[in-house]
Design a protein around this ligand. Structure first.
Ligand code: FAD
Length: 366
């Protein structure tokens, strides 16, 4: 997504002479970081938002731009891209400043209670509050570890699907058992513009992490001989004239089969690397940031963590959970920004000032 053509992205600052002084910095422009802009905006708090990717949307854009999402309230269905576009439209009135293509590397507490924050491109901030919406962290796919196979990375070996039509009419081997593996398997098997010549799904066991409905559909297609599923692991490959011709798949019984292919797609998920966030003095549990369930604040007062990056009892990794957390984190942060002012939960939606920002009439209720 080009920031130049998206009106919601008001500026993309990559470097700055001195530190930018602000009330709020959001680390991560995934769906939850974007909605954090909205919730802060309702409280008249302007935010700077930083992402290591060159575009907003997080997993929704990076991993599944075309996959349907069914569990956003009042939106029966939308794709990852549509959700991102709508969030950008929704936050447009609040004029957040985007700093894309740069990772937040350093966070230090200052003597005056604020934070120094620095990015990989040298952009510096002094901020009263920080909202970590870093999701699963850096987007490094887990690799298929077979000696020599990496020479085909980007040509015949793919860990992401950027252009589905490139796989149409090809013989595909898809490896993995999660949502990405199953979603793409169904996409390439079923009739449509991306239909492949043949699809073989390889997974190390007969149980799947993917949605049960997708697994049931995949088994139905196997029964109809429209695709094949093999239980096993890729243990080797054959190549001639610089082309990957087949993979060797070893089953639980120790038998190795040679499976011919044009393209190999591997979906082992992302390595959950917190990266620099792990170094900021926050309580971390199982590579996630520990927060309370009232304000979603970390052990460092003034630093909040929302969305997939946090952990608390009963946590569900859903976009919806992150939206809820962003709303409460904004209210939790307000006292750091307006120590004199009491913020009421009702304050935001009835404020004529807010209606002015949104460009709507203040409603009159009888
Ligand atoms: C295949 C798939 C299908 C899914 N389907 C659904 C669904 O149907 N419904 C649903 O509710 N959920 C679904 N999810 C889960 C959903 O996508 C996540 O819950 C959601 O993306 C979390 O949003 P987030 O903003 O917390 O994190 P993310 O979307 O992960 O975004 C985090 C952002 O932070 C950035 N970042 C990380 N560290 C730094 C740093 N140090 N500096 C700067 N930037 C940083 C990353 O680049 C990223 O852009 C699905 C997930 C997958 C993988």
């Amino acid at each position: 997504m080009d920031p130049q053509i998206n009106p919601a992205i008001t500026a993309t600052a990559n470097s700055h002479d001195g530190p930018i002084e602000t009330d709020a910095v959001i680390v991560g422009a995934g769906p939850v970081g974007l909605f954090q802009v909205f919730e802060l905006g309702l409280l008249e708090i302007k935010a700077h938002i930083i992402d290591s990717l060159a575009y907003p949307g997080g997993q929704c854009i990076e991993l599944y731009p075309d996959k349907p999402i069914y569990d956003i309230p009042a939106v029966p269905v939308c794709t990852g891209k549509e959700l991102t576009d709508n969030l950008l439209k929704q936050i447009e009135p609040f004029g957040a400043t985007f700093h894309l293509g740069q990772e937040v590397t350093l966070v230090n507490k200052r003597d005056d209670g604020r934070f120094d924050l620095e990015t990989s491109k040298g952009t510096r901030f002094i901020t009263k509050t920080i909202f970590i919406a870093g999701g699963v962290g850096s987007f490094q796919p887990r690799l298929l570890k077979v000696d020599g196979l990496d020479q085909f990375d980007g040509s015949q070996l793919h860990y992401r699907v950027r252009n589905p039509s490139a796989f149409a009419g090809k013989n595909l081997v898809i490896v993995g058992g999660g949502d990405s593996a199953l979603d793409w398997t169904l996409n390439f098997v079923q009739d449509g513009p991306n239909k492949a010549e043949s699809v073989i799904l390889v997974h190390r066991r007969d149980g799947f992490k993917a949605a049960p409905a997708s697994v049931a559909k995949m088994k139905e297609l196997c029964d109809a001989y429209e695709m094949q599923f093999i239980v096993g692991q890729v243990t080797g490959f054959e190549a001639t004239e610089g082309q990957l011709r087949s993979v060797k798949v070893t089953g639980g019984d120790g038998v190795t089969r040679v499976v011919p292919l044009d393209m190999l797609l591997v979906f082992f998920g992302l390595s959950p690397k917190l990266g620099p966030i792990a170094e900021w003095g926050l309580n971390i549990e199982r590579k996630q940031v520990v927060v309370d369930t009232e304000k979603f604040e970390t052990n460092v007062p003034g630093i909040f963590a929302v969305g997939d990056i946090n952990v608390y009892p009963g946590k569900k990794k859903l976009i919806l959970s992150g939206f809820h957390e962003a709303a409460l984190a904004a209210f939790g942060a307000a006292p750091y920004i307006f120590p004199e002012k009491r913020i009421h939960l009702q304050y935001t939606t009835t404020s004529p000032k807010l209606h002015k920002v949104l460009g709507v009439e203040t409603p009159v209720f009888d």
